[in-house]
Design a protein around this ligand. Structure first.
Ligand code: FES
Ligand code: FE2
Length: 433
């Protein structure tokens, strides 16, 4: 692994200290750094695109971004999935302005160049009359995303033809990825309809939180916990729940609760009575049988990040991706997900409760967004940008535990944050190794 502390590019100097436990505030505001992120993080890593179940039929498409590159993800006639830049090769207008739908072709609305569902240029208005010779279709088709992986019903794409496979990029996070997404025989279904919204803040704050931060919950979300608790019981005091935190050198992070009876908001309040009963009677025992020690009825992931931007909150039944829009803004696309076997009344409770808690107007979501916006606000200041941030919590020895593959710490810890930022910096410094 590259020692990012030895890089020579000035913009990277001092971002992380030698011990890897303090971080420069510049990480969240610097435009030059942001452009490097687009080149060396978002154009290099595997990025989440869409649940495969959202585009089941030939011609079904979903419009999203890889970094700031607009892409269309389209189901092909042979059942495979292709993705290509949502950019016409004539002058660069969009091939499609809808978020999702079904199409036989994509026709640019500027001058009408037309592309098939694989992004291949098929028709040019006036071509025979106005061009000296037919245009080379191979040269002038939409730019394809060269690597697509569909894993556990989730579609990922990568612009880097030389990157390791998606599986290799998971590293020692693979058992956790499978525990979360292959825990039911039928896989996870997304409930149709994605939430999309924008947050004023830097994308890494949301990603890091998904990788590592159980610490904020009782403080940031205290009023939301009180609001949804039927008897108005006050939130527990600043509390740690029994937990294990896994972190990968590749920047992935997973938090597991080791006693589900201590879930900070119980499932009946969080989601609903049908879901609560079904989780205890059916879903958790079934998952424990399939996944084993990593997911017993009492020991389960409660948050997770697949680096750099794919987040999952299993207890809130939502997956999401963070799409950067400059150093101080990002878009969230979020879906509600349930095991395929979930009965209709559970699906309905999940649909409603996810929107209420972690949708665009969700009360928990707004608690988090308020913090990220608050950080952005201070970082407009000259002095504030020159500060360093502390991520030393839980900075003790990494524990190896045979129940939990890879490296874990077993208390409230910023272990995952430290590895997230270390991986980020290693990627930014990569061509200087
Ligand atoms: S920009 Fe698409 S046809 Fe001209
Ligand atoms: Fe939160």
């Amino acid at each position: 692994m590259i020692d990012a502390a030895s890089h020579s590019r000035p913009v990277l100097e001092g971002l992380i200290n030698a011990a890897g436990d303090t971080l420069s505030a510049r990480a969240f505001v610097d435009e030059e750094l942001y452009q490097l992120e687009l080149e060396r993080v978002f154009a290099k890593c595997w990025l989440f695109l869409v649940p495969a179940g959202e585009i089941p039929n030939p011609g079904d498409f979903f419009s999203t971004y890889m970094g700031e590159d607009p892409v269309l993800v389209v189901r092909q006639r042979d059942g495979s999935i292709a993705a290509f830049l949502n950019q016409c090769r004539h002058r660069g207008a969009s091939l499609c302005r809808s978020d999702n739908g079904n199409a036989k072709v994509f026709q640019c609305s500027y001058h009408g160049w037309t592309y098939d569902t694989a992004g291949r240029l098929t028709a040019i208005p006036g071509e025979a009359q106005n061009f000296a010779q037919p245009l080379d279709r191979d040269e002038w088709s939409a730019v394809r995303v060269p690597r697509i992986a569909v894993e556990n019903g989730l579609v990922f794409g990568c612009f880097d033809e030389h990157a390791p496979s998606f599986r290799e990029s998971l590293g020692d996070a693979a058992p956790y990825f499978d525990a979360m997404f292959a825990r039911s025989a039928g896989g996870l279904d997304s409930i149709p309809g994605a939430f999309r919204w924008r947050v004023k803040g830097n994308w890494k704050l949301a990603a890091e939180q998904a990788a590592s931060d159980g610490y904020h919950f009782f403080i940031s979300h205290a009023s939301s916990i009180i609001a949804i608790t039927p008897d108005g019981a006050p939130a527990p005091p600043k509390a740690s729940t029994p937990n294990v935190q896994f972190s990968s050198e590749f920047g992935h992070g997973i938090g597991l609760l080791t006693d589900m009876s201590r879930l900070p908001v119980n499932d009946e309040v969080r989601t609903g009575p049908h879901t609560s009963r079904w989780l205890v009677d059916v879903e958790r025992p079934e998952a424990a049988k399939r996944v084993g020690a990593l997911m017993t009825t009492q020991n389960r992931p409660i948050y997770g990040l697949i680096f750099p931007t794919f987040g999952y909150l299993p207890s809130n039944h939502t997956i999401r991706v963070f799409l950067p829009k400059g150093p101080d803004e990002f878009e969230v696309i979020a879906w509600s997900v349930v095991p395929h076997e979930a009965p209709p009344e559970v699906r309905e409770e999940v649909r409603v409760s996810t929107g209420r808690s972690f949708g665009a107007l969700g009360i928990f979501e707004q608690d988090d967004a308020a913090n990220w916006n608050d950080i952005r606000h201070a970082l407009r200041g000259y002095a504030a940008r020159r500060t360093r941030f502390n991520m030393q919590m839980g900075n003790g020895p990494v524990r190896v535990d045979e129940t939990y593959p890879g490296s874990v710490q077993t208390s409230e810890s910023e272990f995952g944050s430290r590895r997230f930022y270390r991986r980020w910096l290693n990627l930014l410094a990569a061509d200087e190794a």
